[in-house]
Structures are given as structure tokens and as C-alpha cells.
Design a binder for this molecule. Structure first.
Ligand code: ADP
Length: 309
């Protein structure tokens, strides 16, 4: 499958690199406002290909996206000193309007995979700007938060992360919800499993894992200014599910008709991802406080996106 990436910055390039190493694409085309930068990133990534899987990596214009099955949207502008979050958001919404017009001029059938933060809001922006059905506009959402949640739970239980089934729902950000009540290890509720292996989930453990998931990005940003490797690999994982019609359950963001009282809000829920995009959306059984937290996350997101119009 040919994959386009618009925005060849750290996140877009990390996605291209992960695709090259993982073997998710037959061809990767990087497009950026700064064509020289895109060329340099593409050439650098292409030098990893001889050590990985056959894949043509190049830079191009929008016209070169023709025939792409999916296009990753990682373009965005940086926050100016003193600039409000809302002003940054509206500038990024303008970027998306231009980018999506360019993509759809060349690849009208491509699925859109949104990576630019705040990813839930940008997913809603992309849906509106593209006119595509919601199942074809997918945000990376909490794919990474869920991976981190599983890996911290797995470490605590002393088992493989693949044997842990647990989700982070809602916003990719401060209001995200760790669905403790729906978490399973093997087929057992996580608390039962934990008690049986002698690693109970105490309030302290729970608080430590919650913090480890919720504040991961902050810690990385403190140390290196931004995050890109994890999300690059997450985007490549979504591409693989699309390309191979895997129907994998992933927590990705999409505009969802109703969450509590909030309508048409983009947030993450477990979703079945295949070649048509989002094939199904699942609502896990949640404890009352988690349901309330998810509804509140939806309301917070909608409040922000409503300010944009
Ligand atoms: P991140 O860390 O999120 O990847 P970067 O600033 O490294 O952020 O990358 C964002 C990229 O998006 C930059 O390379 C920038 O040139 C690109 N970009 C910004 N506006 C546009 C646009 N209108 N069209 C294409 N690319 C754009």
C-alpha cells in the first residue's frame, strides 16, 4: 500500500521510519511545506531500507500522493511565545484545510490518519474539512497511552504485555480515562489476576500506573522537547491494520455520534480497524466513576472544538 505523509517533521518522519523498518508500506511519500526538509528526511529514511523491508521512500508534491491508500497528517505549526492554545489550534485548523484540499485533489479515496496534536480536536477538524465519513478519518488518539498502560500493568504482574487487555479512553491528554474496571489479564479481571499472582493492585500501585500513563508525554517533553518515536511506531501499527485488513482492536480517535450528552465528538474508544477504516466501535463496561470521567472528557473536548468555529 502506498502511504503519504504530510508534515515531514519529527512525528511524520518517525512514522515514515517506523513504516520502513516494520514493512507496512510499498511506498512512502513525504510532503512538506519545506520541500528541502522533506527531501532530506526521505533520503535519510531511505538509507534504512536496505537493512529492512523493500519500500520506496521519497519526497514529493501533493500530486505524488495519487493512489495512496492512506495519508498520515502530521503537519502543524509551532506555538509562538505567549500564543494561546486556541490561537495555535485555529492556525493548525487553517493548515489542515490547505493540507486536506491538497491531499484530496490527488488521492480522494485515501483514508486520513491524523497525528497532529491536540489529536482529537484535529480529527474533528479533518473530518469537517474532508467531508469523508467518520470511519475514514482516524486519529492516533490513545493508541500510545493504551500501550503504555498495558506495559506498566504487565510489568507489575510479571507477565507479557500481550496478555494484558486494557484501554485508555477519551481524550489523548489530561482528561483521559484508564479503564481499570474493564482491564483483564488472560481472561480474568485484573484485580483477581493480580491477587492470584501475589501482586495486588493497591491504591499506591494504581496511582503510580495512572501517573506513569498520564504524565509520560510531559516527562519526555521535559527531557527532549517533544515526543516522536512512540507515536511514529503507533502510526505504523495503524497503517498495518489498514493495509492487511487486520480488524485489530485499537484505541484510536474518531468522531463519535454520542458520548453521554455530548454529540459528534472525536475521542478514543476501542475500535476494530481494517481496510475500510473503523469497522466497529465498542463501548466497554465501565464503573460509574469511569463512565462519568469519559463523559466529562467528551464534554471538555467538545467545548474546545466548539470554540474553533
Ligand atoms: P512535530 O514534532 O509535531 O512533528 P514539527 O514542527 O517537527 O512538529 O513538524 C511539523 C511539520 O509540518 C514541519 O516540517 C512543517 O514544515 C510542516 N508544515 C507546517 N505547515 C504545513 C503545511 N501547510 N503543509 C505542509 N507541511 C506543513
Amino acid at each position: 500500500m502506498k502511504i503519504g505523509i504530510v508534515g515531514a517533521g519529527m512525528v511524520g518522519s518517525a512514522a515514515g521510519y517506523a513504516l520502513a523498518l516494520r514493512g507496512g508500506a510499498s511506498e512512502v511519500v513525504l510532503v512538506d511545506l519545506d520541500a528541502d526538509y522533506a527531501r532530506a528526511q526521505a533520503e535519510d529514511i531511505s538509507h534504512a531500507v536496505p537493512f529492512a523491508h523493500p519500500c520506496r521512500v521519497r519526497a514529493g508534491e501533493y500530486g505524488d500522493l495519487e493512489g495512496a491508500g492512506a495519508v498520515i497528517l502530521a503537519a502543524g505549526v509551532a506555538q509562538q511565545p505567549g500564543e494561546s492554545r486556541l490561537s495555535l489550534l485555529s492556525r493548525n485548523a487553517e493548515v489542515f484545510a490547505k493540507v486536506i484540499a491538497g491531499v484530496q485533489g490527488a488521492a480522494p479515496d485515501a483514508l486520513l490518519l491524523v497525528a497532529t496534536n491536540p489529536v482529537d480536536i484535529m480529527t474533528e477538524v479533518a473530518l469537517k474539512a474532508s467531508g469523508l465519513p467518520p470511519e475514514r478519518v482516524i486519529g492516533s488518539g490513545t493508541i500510545l497511552d493504551t500501550a503504555r498502560y498495558r506495559s506498566l500493568l504487565a510489568t507489575h504482574l510479571g507477565i507479557a504485555a500481550q496478555s494484558v487487555h486494557a484501554y485508555v479512553l477519551g481524550e489523548h491528554g489530561d482528561s483521559e480515562v484508564l479503564a481499570w474496571s474493564a482491564a483483564r489479564a488472560g481472561t480474568q479481571p485484573i484485580a483477581d489476576f493480580a491477587a492470584q499472582v501475589g501482586a495486588p493492585i493497591t491504591d499506591d500501585v494504581r496511582a503510580r500506573i495512572d501517573d506513569g500513563v498520564r504524565r509520560a508525554a510531559y516527562r519526555i517533553i521535559e527531557g527532549k522537547g517533544a515526543t516522536w518515536y512512540g507515536i511514529g511506531a503507533g502510526l505504523a501499527r495503524i497503517v498495518q491494520a489498514l493495509r492487511d485488513d487486520q480488524r485489530t482492536v485499537l484505541t484510536v480517535s474518531a468522531v463519535t455520534p454520542k458520548v453521554g450528552e455530548t454529540r459528534d465528538v472525536a475521542l478514543s474508544l476501542p475500535r476494530v480497524v481494517g481496510s475500510a477504516g473503523i469497522v466497529a466501535t465498542l463501548m466497554p463496561d465501565l464503573a460509574d466513576d469511569e463512565t462519568a470521567a469519559l463523559r466529562s472528557s467528551a464534554a471538555i473536548l467538545k467545548e474546545t472544538s466548539a470554540q474553533l468555529v
